[in-house]
Structure formats: structure tokens, C-alpha cells
Design a protein around this ligand. Structure first.
Ligand code: 5AD
Length: 428
């Protein structure tokens, strides 16, 4: 579901309110909240009001989205930066590799704040403040792979768990019925103890039992499996290509080839999946040029949603103590935010979730910073508590769920389902 915007009713005429929000005056249909009166605060999405709220709640949500960055005087920026900004402002999102590299290498507070502010402005212009909230259920941390970066690689000694079909369905049902989630990601390591048929059966059961969009994130399986899963009701898929540098790819994912991964991503797009793809940012051995290529790869794939996050050292993995160019949380966070902002420049309408890895880097503000750098979706972890701590693909994973986001972002009405449905269709 997507976050709504708070606004104050200025006047009402035949069920239509004129509403003032932080940045617009809008005509809003009051049919769902017909008791609303002039002077009330409401939450609205697109052009419908969904709820009357207190002034206090309205102020709280306004502060969640408040801009911290004030664009500096553009005339004081380096000429090259200025040119790129004007290019993007004029609606040209086809940045060259040289321009992408330039933006990713920007330094200095003024430059960075301008970059983030421009990306945030673009997000607001193109997709307003509709921040979508999704839930993720990590149903198994068994994995048959040995990816050098990953905390649940098969050699790693972590307590393993698997949810059975009933536990997954119960977790999903609770999220959908009790909390109002409308889009759930089912994620696991590459765990063959769930056969293709098991996973398909799971999707069918979930779709039968509740009204929800199901996205799957189970790694590499056959195209036949993905075709059947789509037919069984899976709407989307999270499948990263991890890095667009093919040598680095095979180094980090022994015996695997980038071209096979890209082939699978493309096949899923063709099947009709709503595909989220992307890479890890700040991997040991990854250059800024690689990151520029990652962004160009995402753009050329044409996916409606990006799935990208910072690489974080995971205990017990071969990369655990890697000394990388971005070896502390602050530089890693900065690099990730730059990546998000440049992605927004290059793909103004794409959906960019703030990943849990970004929140881990900055538990207090990661989410807010991600949104203000141009991201527009949040992912909440719904894995049952007793298992969640074992799904440690990296260390110190940030788990706290901010109730306040859920309060404003999750609604149970039929209309909120329709809105998301419309959006998913339009994006693709
Ligand atoms: N740091 C950040 N992201 C990681 N992933 C796996 N291990 C790590 C790590 N140490 C990401 C991969 C994978 C996704 C599910 O998690 O990109 O595709």
C-alpha cells in the first residue's frame, strides 16, 4: 500500500474538498469520509480521502517527509554539475556514463545535498509523496550457494531455519488481514528442500486465502518454474544481478555467470513479472565505473522497480574483514545515497525501495535519508521473531518496524487495493 498525504480541508462543495497540503492545493473526493468538515485534517491518496486524522498525526507525518536538504545556489556549483542538473531538469534522463561517474564521485556537503535535493524534488514531482510499503517474509535461510559476500552461504555456521507452508501462510495472513499489507515478498536462500511444486502450491494457497500481491525472491530456478509460478499468481520477482562486472560476479559467486543471471531476469520480464533488479553497492573489488555500469544495466533492463542495497560485511564470510574503499558505515551510506539519487535522475518514474541494508547502516535515519535521496518505497520485515535473527545475510540487520509508517501507509479498504493494482499495472 502507498503512503497517503495529510492535508487540511479549506472548503467543501458537493462532496469535494479543497485541501491544502505541504505542497499543493488539491480537489479531493470525500465519499469515503463524508463526515469530514472544513478545518479537519485528512489523509488522501491520489484524489480520494481515506481517513480523518488529528492535527498532531498530520504534523507527525509531515515531519517524516520533511526535506532536510535545501538546494544550494546552483550558480555556485561546478559547471559540469550544473549542466547535468539542467539536463535532468529539462526532462532528459539519458545520462552518459561519464556524467554518471561524475555524479557518483561528487564530494563535499554542498554538492551532495544538492544532488539529493534534486533527486528528491524529481521524486516528488513524478510520484509525489506516495511511499509504498511492502512486507518481506524470509521463509528459509538454508542455501546451497557459496557467495563470498553472503552470511547465509552454505559454509557459514549460522543456525538454520525453515518455515513450513502453514507457517508461511499464517505469517502472510496475519500481515494481510491484521496489518493491511497488500504486497508481500516471499524470500529465501536457494533451498531445494522446497520443490518447484511446493512453492507453486504455496503461491496458489496464499492467493486463494487472501487478497495480496505476491512477489517471489528465491534465486535461480528454471524458467519453467518461474513461468508456472507466474501462472499460479505470483505478480513480481526480486532478482538482483548483484554486479554488472562479469569477472567480479564470478569471483563472488563461484561457478556462476553473469550472463545466465541476466538471461533469467530478462526471461522473467518477458513472462510478465513485475521485476525488481539491481546490485550491491560498495562491494570489495567494485569500482565506481562498475556502479555506473550497474545503473546503466538497470536502465537498459527497463525494470519498473530497483532492488539495490549497500554491501555489508557478514561475519564468517570470506569478505568479512575486507578492507574496501568504502569501509565504514558513513562512506558506505553516502555511496548508497548517491547511487539512489543518480538512479532517480536516470529513471524518474522507477520505484526505489529503501532496503533493510540501508537502514542497518543508519538505524535512526537511514529510511528517512533514503527517501530524501529519491527513494519511494519501504520494505518491512515480517519474518516471525524467533527466526528473523538467523536470516543474517549481513550483520546487525536492522529489524525495528516503525509503527508510525504502518499507521499512515497501510489501509484495509477495497479502494486501497484498487489503487495499488492500478499502480502496478501502470508501472509495467
Ligand atoms: N550485504 C548486502 N547485501 C547482501 N546480500 C547478500 N549478502 C549481502 C551482504 N553481505 C543481498 C544480495 C541478494 C539479496 C537477497 O541480499 O544482493 O540478492
Amino acid at each position: 500500500m502507498c503512503l497517503t498525504i495529510p492535508g487540511k480541508i479549506e472548503s467543501i462543495d458537493k462532496g469535494i474538498a479543497t485541501v491544502i497540503s505541504a505542497r499543493e492545493r488539491a480537489q479531493i473526493d470525500l465519499s469515503l469520509v463524508f463526515q469530514a468538515q472544513v478545518g479537519d485534517w485528512i489523509l488522501y491518496a491520489t484524489n480520494r480521502a481515506v481517513k480523518v486524522i488529528s492535527e498532531e498525526d498530520a504534523k507527525e507525518i509531515i515531519s517524516l517527509l520533511e526535506d532536510k536538504y535545501h538546494p544550494v545556489d546552483v550558480s555556485k556549483l561546478p559547471l559540469k554539475f550544473k549542466k547535468i542538473i539542467f539536463k535532468v531538469r529539462s526532462g532528459n534522463s539519458n545520462l552518459t556514463k561519464d556524467e554518471i561517474l561524475y555524479l557518483l564521485s561528487l564530494k563535499g556537503q554542498n554538492n551532495l545535498e544538492t544532488l539529493f535535493a534534486e533527486a528528491n524534488t524529481l521524486r516528488k514531482e513524478r510520484i509525489k509523496d506516495f511511499i509504498c510499503i511492502h512486507g518481506i517474509i524470509e521463509f528459509s535461510n538454508y542455501c546451497k550457494n557459496s557467495c563470498l559476500y553472503c552470511g547465509i552461504r552454505k559454509e557459514n555456521k549460522v543456525p538454520r531455519y525453515r518455515l513450513n507452508s502453514e507457517e508461511i501462510i499464517d505469517t502472510a495472513f496475519d500481515a494481510v488481514e491484521n496489518e493491511g499489507y497488500k504486497l508481500l515478498v516471499l524470500q529465501s536462500g536457494e533451498d531445494d528442500s522446497y520443490s518447484d511444486a511446493d512453492l507453486i502450491d504455496l503461491i496458489v494457497k496464499i492467493k486463494q486465502k487472501m487478497k495480496v500481491f505476491v512477489f517471489i525472491s528465491v534465486g535461480e530456478r528454471s524458467e519453467k518454474f518461474y513461468q508456472e509460478a507466474y501462472e499460479a499468481g505470483a505478480t513480481g520477482s526480486l532478482i538482483r544481478f548483484e554486479t554488472s562486472n562479469s569477472e567480479l560476479y564470478t569471483k563472488l559467486r563461484p561457478n556462476k555467470l553473469l550472463k545466465d543471471r541476466i538471461k533469467l531476469v530478462k526471461a522473467m520480464i518477458k513472462m510478465g513479472y513485475y521485476v525488481a533488479s539491481g546490485s550491491m553497492v560498495g562491494l570489495p573489488g567494485q569500482s565506481l565505473e562498475d556502479l555506473a555500469d550497474d545503473l546503466l544495466t538497470i536502465k537498459s533492463l527497463g525494470v519498473p522497480m530497483i532492488s539495490a542495497g549497500p554491501w555489508l560485511a557478514a561475519e564468517g564470510t570470506p569478505l568479512a574483514s575486507s578492507n574496501v574503499m568504502h569501509n565504514n558505515a558513513k562512506t558506505q551510506l553516502e555511496l548508497m545515497l548517491k547511487f539512489v539519487a543518480v538512479a532517480r535522475f536516470m529513471m524518474p518514474d522507477v520505484k526505489i525501495p529503501v532496503t533493510t541494508a540501508l537502514e542497518t547502516l543508519d538505524p535512526e535515519n537511514g529510511r528517512h535519508k533514503g527517501l530524501l535521496a529519491g527513494a519511494n518505497a519501504l520494505m518491512f520485515n515480517l519474518t516471525p521473531e524467533k527466526f528473523a535473527e538467523n536470516y543474517s545475510i549481513y550483520d546487525n540487520k536492522y529489524r525495528e518496524r516503525e509503527k508510525v509508517w504502518q499507521k499512515y501507509g497501510l489501509f484495509k479498504g477495497e479502494e486501497s487495493w484498487e489503487m495499488l493494482e492500478e499502480k502496478l499495472m501502470l508501472d509495467k
